[in-house]
Design a protein around this ligand. Structure first.
Ligand code: PEP
Ligand code: MN
Length: 452
């Protein structure tokens, strides 16, 4: 580096570090600050997980979605776990997202931008710092990046060595995602092979007939001698909630091409509903990195909140820079979203609008499970499209919690998972996810909305 470059870098990091003086909500209480420094130094010495140029490319893709020329599909676990970062589980989540993307692309004749909630979604905001079971109170589980899910004092103690472990698990997850999506697995000729559902399921049957159509189209192109690499591999990006600043900060680097800061822990980072205060550490931190940024907006978000977030995070109003992920709840979206969309549009801003139909629809089953009704998720989805049609803005994408496994965490869907069935295969360590079939079913419904 030249000394001028060193000065520029030092200035950029000094601006970034303004977040340290602000309140950072939802951070763990680390028992030993010196151990956090050790972990941070170790992370700072690791290579970046993503390349800044990829984040830039995603930004241009998201800009197309904000103009109504593409659609964002963002999904994955509520909380990834280190134990579930296995080849099979990663493969099945990627497969599910590829299948959903095919349904959407074919249905809407629009490019679909695939972004996993993967390779870094290891830290969770919690409504309470502690959890009590049978009279025993321990720290709440904050995600594998902080502590263990097991309900023992040892496991629930925040352990900064998990930050480094999280980096390595993210690296191996991302490596496998790259291998799958670039190495032939995502070839459209594999469109049948991605399917893994029960043959009798309606969503599954619908998928099979769509796959047969795609197969014919691909064979036709083959016969004509068309050989597009786009059919053989696909762009796939990763994202997570940038919650734990002790993880994000050491992975934030200067891009040697542009001299700008990028958080290289993922392509896209978002700020959660609980940490989006304008004067909070998270908004400050992400205002200084060039990655595409998302912000969750719940039902209490005002037009003014949205406009101030735009001024802080996207002052240049650069297309694709800022995504608002709304999570209003099925009962509220039709009342709240149109006003928000209109207010932001009237101020001349064009963020990408995405719906998260999951987080406003949480309920507890009579059997004590944290769950969501598939019908409520669908209802919020429809409300999202209705609101955009009413205001004349673009419904740019969906953000969902899903898994490729046949879990029983959300009620309903074509397999009609009921309260009794929840107990059979409830595996989430945090929020309930759509299972493979429910995810496909949702994709078909979104494709219908996009065709209208
Ligand atoms: C999440 O995405 O898992 C989450 C906690 O969402 P929100 O910030 O919208 O509550
Ligand atoms: Mn969640």
């Amino acid at each position: 580096m030249t000394s001028q470059n060193t000065d520029t870098a030092a200035r950029a990091f000094a601006e970034l570090d303004a977040y340290r003086a602000l309140e950072a909500k939802q951070q763990p209480t680390w028992p030993d600050p010196a151990a956090v420094q050790v972990a941070s130094d170790e992370l700072a010495a690791q290579p970046p997980l993503v390349f800044a140029g990829e984040a830039d490319q995603l930004r241009t893709r998201l800009a197309a979605a904000a103009r109504g020329e593409a659609f964002l599909l963002q999904g994955g676990d509520c909380a990834e776990t280190f134990a579930a970062a296995t080849a099979d589980k990663i493969r099945d989540r990627v497969k599910t997202l590829l299948q959903m993307a095919v349904v959407l692309t074919y249905g809407a004749s629009m490019p679909v931008i695939k972004v996993g909630r993967m390779a870094g979604q290891f830290a969770k905001p919690r409504s309470s710092d502690s959890e009590t079971r049978d009279g025993v109170t321990l720290p709440a589980f904050r995600g594998d990046l902080v502590n263990g899910y097991e309900f023992t004092p040892e496991s629930r103690t925040a352990d900064p060595s998990r930050l480094v472990q999280g980096y390595h698990v993210s690296a191996s997850t991302l490596n496998l995602i790259r291998a799958f999506t670039q190495g032939g697995f995502a070839d459209l000729r594999q469109v049948h092979a991605w399917n893994q559902g029960f043959v009798s399921n309606p969503a599954n049957q619908r998928y099979e007939s769509l796959a047969a159509e795609i197969d014919r189209a691909v064979r036709f192109m083959d016969a004509c001698g068309v050989d597009h690499s786009e059919l053989k591999q696909t762009e796939f990006y990763v994202s997570h909630e940038a919650l734990l600043l002790d993880y994000e900060r050491p992975l934030t680097r200067i891009d040697s091409r542009t001299g700008k800061l990028y958080d290289t822990s993922g392509h896209m980072l978002w700020i959660g509903e609980r940490t989006r205060e304008l004067d909070g550490a998270h908004v400050e931190f992400l205002s200084h990195v060039r990655n595409p940024i998302g912000v969750k907006l719940g039902p209490t978000a005002s037009v003014d909140d949205a406009l101030r977030l735009i001024d802080k995070l996207d002052p240049e109003r650069e297309p694709g820079r800022l995504t608002f992920i709304t999570r209003m709840g099925a009962g509220k979206i039709r009342d709240v979203l149109p006003g928000l969309l209109a207010g932001v549009r009237d101020a001349g801003a064009t963020p990408l609008w995405v719906t998260d139909p999951m987080h406003g629809n949480g309920i507890t089953s009579s059997t004590g499970y944290k769950t969501r009704r598939f019908d409520d998720v669908m209802d919020e989805l429809r409300g999202f499209f209705e609101a955009h049609r009413e205001v004349g803005t673009f419904p740019g994408g969906i953000h969902v919690e899903l898994t490729g496994d046949d879990v029983t965490e959300c009620l309903g869907g074509s397999e009609n998972i009921d309260e009794q069935a929840l107990a059979t295969r409830y595996e989430s360590v945090c929020d309930p996810r759509l299972n493979h079939m429910q995810s496909l079913e949702l994709a078909f419904q979104v494709a219908e909305e996009l065709k209208r």
